[in-house]
Each structure stands twice: as structure tokens, then as C-alpha cells.
Design a protein around this ligand. Structure first.
Ligand code: TXA
Ligand code: MG
Length: 341
């Protein structure tokens, strides 16, 4: 199959909408990461997503909608969902709610809940309107790779496997949406993102964060989000996170770099000068910039054939929680405390 990479203008959005209505899959930009979309109510079309990505069938998809009316048609909407949609939609917040029967099993991986999100990216919105359908869409990477933040990443992963990629430039946020489970007594963050627990608590009064956000699933333990069961993306390089006082972290990493000629470091902009120029990579100044760069940097290590990476860390609050969650998973939870013998 030939994969067309088209600038996301009105004409190509219409072509993409036609493909979606015919049951094909199409990659498109959102404000978080690129999505791989199909008609959410057409089980066969949705099967095409799992095929193209090589995604395990027990990992459910997010359904993208234009807004709360369309969402409420697919699930059992609630006052809490209404309040959150008013505050954060369109935007990077996925709500997990009890599903209605018309949502195919393949979308929810057989669960009795469905994830819903109204994206704010103008191309995603234009595509939803032109197609006139809810669009099921996971991130548009091959399963096991980091989520794509550019159309070029999508092409690298899915060329020859999908008919079309709409190129809308690089993603604004660079990390996937917050996934919030609204089916329990207290709202529960299953995956942290740009909408923070603090922001959800401002609207609903309370918000818990799943302990699995910062640690590994233990043998025998069940996960509320099936995504947490799967081995997440890890770079080919062995990645370790190094925490502690700034100076202890830099000293530790520099000692490792001296011993390991193929090791590199991801550091905050202010700390870059502490490390050797050819082996340092700029994570940005803060969580916002780090969110934007993380997946791009991780893909880069694989391309460069880097075998070993040490990374500085950020405070795990606000958007920093989302960045640290993705970093910790990419490092398979290998965290070194510097300055402790
Ligand atoms: O920002 C995003 O959310 C991007 C863009 C394309 O919208 N999409 C995305 O989809 O990241 P995906 O499939 O890569 O991640 C969806 C996550 C998975 O961890 C999945 O397990 C979880 O949401 N999820 C989906 N439906 C669920 C449900 N009914 N219950 C619990 N978790 C669910
Ligand atoms: Mg994904």
C-alpha cells in the first residue's frame, strides 16, 4: 500500500474524511500526539487500526468526538463528566465512562467502559466535522515505539501500512492526554497528562492518582487501565533516571560517562554545561519543554545507536508528573539515587 503524506489543508482533510467513511484508517495530528483514526462504530474499520499498529487486542482505544453531545450518545454521561468537559474540552483529557451498546467490543477491548476525548487541534476538529463520525484513535506509532509527535515519525512507523497521513506540523504538547476514570467514587488518573490532578480536583473537589503511574505492576496485580499491563516503549539503549541534589546527580552522571564511552545524558537546559558537549541532550528548561521533547529525544537515541543513557529528573508534580511517568516507564523504572553509597 502506498502511504500519502499530505499537508493538512481543506482538500486533504476532505479526502481523509472520505477514507474514514469508507472504513479505512488515517493518521492525523492532535494537540497531544498524532492519532491513527478509524470510524469508531465500524468494528471492521477499527480492526484496521490494530492491524496497522500491531497492537494487542486487549488494549482499548480512545474515541474522539466533537464535544459532549456526541460523547453523551456513546456513554452514560454524568454531572462530573459535564463539569470536566466544560472546564477542559476541547483538550487533552480522556474521560472513562460506562459505555452504551453501540460502541463495538473491539474499541473497548470488551470492557464495559469507553474512553472519550474532544481534541482541540483544528485539524482533528475539522476531520471530525468533515467525517461526521466519532473517530477511534490510539497514538499513531507501531506498538512498542514512542508516540509520534510529527508526521515524519508516523511515516517512519507506518509507511506502507496505511493510506494517508495528514501533516499538521509538530504536536503542541508532545505527550498523550490525561486518562481519567470517572466510574469509581473518586476520580482516578490512570495516565497523567497536561490536565493535572490538581486541575481536576479544582473542578470536582478531589482526584486520586493511580499508584501505577510511578511504579511497575506487581505479579498478580490487576490494572484498571489495560495499557498499564503492556510493556511500554523503552529505547534500545538502557535508560536510567538519576535523582538527588543537582551536584550529586551531575557528579554521578559524569563519573558514569567517564567509564562508559557510549553513554549519553539527558539534562535540563540549565545543567547542560556540566556535561561533555558531544554526549549531552537538552530536555528543555521545564516540564512543558520536556513534555514537548521527550519522545523526539528517545526516538533519536535509537537512530544514533546510543547504548546507554542517564537522565536527570523533574519534580513529579503538575505536568512534571506526566513527564516523569513516561520517563520512568521508558527506563523500566530504573531510578538511581545519586549521593547515596
Ligand atoms: O492524547 C491521546 O490520548 C492520544 C491522541 C491520539 O488522542 N491517544 C492515545 O491513545 O494516546 P492510546 O491508545 O495510545 O492510549 C490510550 C490509553 C491506553 O493506555 C488505554 O489502555 C487507555 O487509554 N484506555 C482506553 N480506553 C480505556 C478504558 N475504557 N478503560 C481504561 N483505560 C482505557
Ligand atoms: Mg499509545
Amino acid at each position: 500500500m502506498h502511504t500519502q503524506l499530505l499537508p493538512a489543508d481543506q482538500h486533504s482533510i476532505k479526502l481523509a474524511a472520505d477514507l474514514l467513511r469508507k472504513g479505512q484508517v488515517v493518521a492525523f495530528p492532535t494537540e497531544t500526539v498524532y492519532g491513527l483514526g478509524a470510524h469508531a462504530l465500524d468494528a471492521q474499520a477499527v480492526a484496521g487500526i490494530f492491524d496497522a499498529k500491531g497492537r494487542p487486542a486487549d488494549n482499548p482505544l480512545i474515541v474522539h468526538v466533537r464535544g459532549k453531545e456526541e460523547a453523551a450518545a456513546l456513554c452514560h454521561w454524568s454531572d462530573r463528566a459535564e463539569a470536566l468537559a466544560l472546564a477542559f474540552w476541547p483538550g487533552p483529557l480522556t474521560l472513562i465512562l460506562p459505555r452504551r451498546g453501540m460502541v463495538p467490543d473491539i474499541v473497548t477491548a470488551g470492557l464495559d467502559t469507553v474512553g472519550l476525548r474532544a481534541p482541540s487541534h483544528p485539524v482533528a476538529q475539522a476531520l471530525l466535522s468533515a467525517a461526521g463520525l466519532p473517530i477511534a484513535a490510539p497514538s499513531a506509532n507501531r506498538s512498542g515505539k514512542p508516540s509520534p509527535t510529527t508526521a515524519q515519525h508516523v511515516l517512519e512507523d507506518l509507511e506502507g501500512r496505511i493510506p494517508m497521513i495528514l501533516d499538521g506540523g509538530s504536536s503542541d504538547l508532545g505527550l498523550e492526554s490525561t486518562v481519567l476514570d470517572l466510574t469509581g467514587p473518586v476520580p482516578l488518573i490512570l495516565r497523567p497528562g497536561a490536565v493535572t490532578p490538581e486541575q481536576v480536583a479544582m473542578v470536582l473537589g478531589a482526584c486520586d492518582v493511580s499508584p501505577l503511574v510511578m511504579r511497575q505492576l506487581q505479579p498478580g496485580e490487576t490494572a484498571a487501565s489495560p495499557g498499564l499491563r503492556h510493556r511500554h516503549y523503552a529505547p534500545q539503549a538502557r535508560l536510567s533516571l538519576v535523582t538527588g541534589e543537582d551536584k550529586a546527580v551531575a557528579d554521578f552522571i559524569n563519573r558514569q560517562l567517564a567509564q562508559e564511552p557510549n553513554a549519553h545524558v539527558m539534562a535540563l537546559s540549565d545543567h547542560l554545561v556540566l556535561y561533555p558537549p558531544q554526549r549531552r541532550h537538552d530536555m528543555g528548561r521545564d516540564a512543558f519543554e520536556a513534555a514537548h521533547r521527550l519522545f523526539y529525544l528517545l526516538r533519536g537515541f535509537d537512530e544514533l545507536g546510543v547504548g546507554r543513557v542517564y537522565s536527570e529528573t523533574l519534580p513529579a508534580d503538575g505536568l512534571g508528573l506526566a513527564v516523569m511517568n513516561r520517563l520512568a516507564r521508558a527506563a523500566q523504572f530504573d531510578v538511581i539515587q545519586a549521593g547515596v553509597d
